[in-house]
Design a protein around this ligand. Structure first.
Ligand code: CAA
Length: 283
């Protein structure tokens, strides 16, 4: 392994719990932190169930599942992260929230610790600037579902040091992931390409080109995508898709990134996709 032994994960939502599970299965001691007790408990139970399911499916044995779970601690108190060698932030995709978390973590954890963000679109350079350790900040963008998807997109902020970026890459590789390097521009590489495709699918729907079912079927059967773009949008969360499109639109200043009004309308209506059981489809 590398110098990193204890990882902190901020957020027990769909990304945080996946990161926690994979890190623990890869031998790291992980402290999963969330401010919401219910969310923290749900995240922990989800990991417990996933580890048990893996045993039933023959993916790993009971001992591995038990040992992985034993490596996970949970906390509602951020100061419990103080001894972590590295913290991966996977909180809500909101600038103000992330800035506050990074300010607090910066004051709390040891000077040599690395802080990584799982942000899907917020500038790593900007996040780094709210701390006194900009060289030790990097992006570590996991894909959902984390245990299944092989990619970690590594984002180097303006001040990220070579040493920090190499350590982040080592941790990702130790977690069984393939590390792709991207520069700190809005959307990085994955969402620069993925989100305009999803947004275009929403325009295709709103202009009546085809039904939601047919748009997805066409992309699944015609382009070999595992999920159609509208189902994928529901899976990611329509609020997240909208916020990433807004970052692309504002950050790159090109009208081709204009969020589709139908996407905005769905978010305003509280149709956020799978998590609210209703988006482009019902669940
Ligand atoms: N956690 C852990 N494992 C999961 C899982 C989860 N939440 N969901 C599915 N799996 C596992 C299943 O256990 C199953 O494993 P085995 O084959 O070993 O039994 C495997 O994934 C396949 O699952 P299913 O058979 O239930 O379903 P499927 O074949 O339809 O696959 C899927 C589900 C993997 C999600 C697939 O539909 C897929 O790859 N979809 C696209 C996902 C994608 O594009 N993700 C990236 C989104 S973008 C992003 O995350 C970044 C961003 O910034 C927005």
């Amino acid at each position: 392994m590398d110098d990193i032994e204890t990882l902190g994960v901020v957020g027990a939502g769909q990304m945080g719990r996946g990161i926690t599970q994979v890190a623990a299965q890869s031998g790291y001691s992980v402290m999963m932190f969330d401010v919401h007790e219910k969310g923290l408990e749900m995240g922990y139970e989800f990991i417990q169930n996933q580890l048990a399911k893996g045993v039933t499916k023959g993916k790993w044995d009971q001992r591995t599942a038990t040992e992985s779970l034993e490596r996970i601690s949970k906390s509602l108190d951020m100061s419990d992260l103080r001894d972590c060698d590295m913290v991966i932030e996977a909180a809500t995709e909101n600038k103000a929230i992330k800035f506050e978390i990074f300010r607090n973590l910066d004051n709390l954890i040891k000077d040599e610790a690395i802080l990584a963000s799982n942000t899907s679109s917020i500038s790593i350079t900007e996040i780094a600037a709210v701390t006194d350790r900009p060289g030790k900040i990097a992006g570590m963008h996991f894909m959902n579902p984390v245990p299944v998807m092989k990619l970690v997109e590594g984002i180097r902020g303006l001040e990220t040091t070579e040493e920090t970026f190499n350590t982040v890459e080592t941790v990702a590789v130790n977690m069984g992931k393939i590390f792709v390097k991207a520069n700190d521009v809005p959307g990085f590489a994955v969402n620069r390409i993925l989100m305009p495709m999803i947004n275009e699918a929403v325009y295709t729907l709103s202009e009546g080109v085809a039904s939601a079912e047919d748009i997805d079927l066409a992309m699944k059967l015609g382009c070999n995508q595992p999920m159609g773009p509208l189902e994928l949008a529901d899976f990611i969360g329509l609020d997240t898709c909208l916020s990433i499109m807004e970052v692309l639109h504002e950050g790159l200043g090109d009208t081709k990134y204009r969020p589709c009004p139908l996407l905005r309308k769905y978010v305003q209506a509280g149709r956020l996709g799978r998590k609210t059981k209703k988006g482009f489809f019902e669940y």
